[in-house]
Design a protein around this ligand. Structure first.
Ligand SMILES: [Zn+2]
Length: 119
């Protein structure tokens, strides 16, 4: 189950990246992750899902602008869903399918919520 949650955290940070870049027509491959405020390139240590956010107090380490709480929330939601999927399916082809559905579903839900909030 912990394995499922850890995989989920990795996928969760992928989801936050997708849900930020897709509606803005940005490349999902490059540039590498950076702070939207100060454009500082983020190092791997800044990209540990949830933990980086908690240890930095929800702020960018470089410009100290607050980072939206939605990032760790999305990561936790994805991790929980993946842990559940892992418990149900174990290491199997079904797990791969479940992970794809979770990533697509959480990304779509996040983009919807963001658009809805702007209205
Ligand atoms: Zn910054």
């Amino acid at each position: 189950m912990m394995t499922g949650a850890l995989i989920g955290l990795v996928f969760g940070s992928f989801v936050t990246m997708l849900s930020y870049r897709l509606p803005r027509n940005m490349s999902t491959i490059s540039p590498s992750s950076h702070c939207p405020k100060c454009k500082a390139n983020l190092k791997p240590i800044d990209l540990i899902p949830v933990f980086s956010w908690v240890f930095s107090g929800g702020k960018c380490r470089y410009c100290h602008n607050p980072i939206s709480v939605r990032y760790p929330i999305i990561e936790i939601v994805t991790a929980v869903l993946c842990a559940i999927a892992f418990v149900i399916t174990g290491f199997s082809f079904s797990l791969v399918l479940a992970l794809m559905i979770i990533v697509a579903g959480v990304t779509a839900a996040t983009i919807r919520l963001e658009k809805w909030r702007k209205k």
